[in-house]
Write a protein that binds this ligand. Sequence first.
Ligand code: ATP
Ligand code: MG
Ligand code: MG
Ligand code: MG
Length: 576
Amino acid sequence: MKATQFFVSTLKEAPADAEVVSHKLMMRAGMIKRLGAGIYNYMPMGLRVIRKVEKIIREEMDAAGAVECLMPVIQPAELWQETGRFDKMGPELLRVKDRHGRDFIVQPTSEEVITDIARQELRSYRQLPKNFYHIQTKFRDERRPRFGVMRGREFTMKDAYSFDRDVEAAGRSYDNMYQAYCKIFDRLGLQYRAVAADTGAIGGDRSHEFQVIAETGEDAIVYCPTSDYAANIELAEAVALLPSRGEALQPLAKTPTPGKSTCEDVAQLLGLPLSQTVKSLVLATDEQDARGVVAKTQVWLLLVRGDHELNEVKAGKVDGLKGGFRFATVGEIEEHFGCKPGYLGPIGLKQPVKIVADRTVAVMSDFVCGANEADFHLTGVNWGRDLPEPDLVADIRNVVAGDPSPDGQGLLAIQRGIEVGHVFYLGTRYSAAMNATFLDENGKPKLLEMGCYGIGVTRILGAAIEQNHDARGIIWPDAIAPFTVVLCPIGMDRSDEVKVAAETLYGALKALGVDVLLDDRGERPGAMFADWELIGVPHRVVLSDRGLKDGQVEYQGRRDEAAAKLPVGDVVGHLK
Ligand code: ATP
Ligand code: MG
Ligand code: MG
Ligand code: MG
């Protein structure tokens, strides 16, 4: 590629709304252009990186036996109504109507559509296992789109869905994807960690997030340097918090009484800022869990981070006596408490309360919980009423670095991370809701066992930059750089020698399949170097009259302190 043919557009200053370094540098390097909140044009320079990321993902997904398809961005609401997600997902799901007034959604993922395909196409156990994937535009109406492509509203995701005959086979599909993800993130040249995450209503231990280590990450990950233990903070914290209190908990009674209690009332009651009060919700039940295991005492605890929407609320369900733990869905909460989660209001915490870090972990001996349905409000849902307050409070803590690892193998450390991938065992949650069955060896219909596997393609660009940059700009890992090599001829318009040498080298590198760009714009050396350092091309070759007189060029790796002289004839061997 020649620069004059391509599109190079750099900025000296980043726009004011860019908070993190990756966002600033992507804007300055002309990789993206903002169109609206969380909505970006991918400019030619950025698109090259995206395509390289996609290529690596494709190759490894194909190698792992997955098959590519492409599902629509706009999907009929009917399928989403079958699984209940049309109503249950909050405002993050973008709903649109066509000219006939029919409901559609813009896909945030594609479980419904792929399950619809599977129930029509996968009829026999002989067709299993099967794993379909696509790389497609997603839309999530994020409450706080920010950090450029890292938390966009429109973004690109690779999502894959596995179908298996039984739980065991689904486990193999899961492990297979886990391995493929390791290969993908290795090839992308990223420093990452796979951490255990919560499994929602499904239970079990098959959910892992792939987190790119970076100070600016929105997630915190907890790991033990001397063992394999690694979890996201929600999981680590919930596990650490709850069992210790479990034995002391009293079974819950749900005693709804109509009343009135607004967020403001509650905040006032507690003497807390409103923003802190609405961060937590705690509910409890003494009923059996979804798998039919009856536990003597169970507690539902919603740990809500400050910036989460209610539809993302996670509920931790604890069997206090056995120390077991699983998360529950908002849907299950709805079932248990008979009120729409969408209408669940804040809990009013009388005393005591403990606010931990940026999330609120609330402990209380008496509280009111709200279901703000018109004038109706649930109150008096009390938990642990008879317990002495100090005990309850003393046991609540945040997971901190230096705590013993749950596996007993050392002490915990905490790092910040960016979630770039997520593998998740789904069980029969979707196949049951949509009646997706296959016939087993005995001709009996059985529900398909599913898994889903996402990678944030566009988020990877931001994550890679957070990890690889310096004061001058981006330092792309070779595998995903927009160009691997840039040739910078000095005075190409004046000197035939430089021109010929540059064109010859350019041709030779191209013939070898090296992704090379020849900067033929005629920029002054300083401006030219600054551009390519900002854009982050990993290898630079400078050709000048002076050097060529001695048969030499200057080579500089993007991380090198200084340029090194190299005989012209050695460049190809050096770079290929
Ligand atoms: P997050 O916790 O950051 O909101 P998520 O858990 O909601 O992400 P998943 O549903 O697991 O995301 O989707 C799979 C992948 O899609 C994520 O691991 C992430 O890399 C990417 N992703 C999710 N939301 C966004 C977004 N708003 N912008 C860019 N990428 C995203
Ligand atoms: Mg999300
Ligand atoms: Mg997440
Ligand atoms: Mg996730």
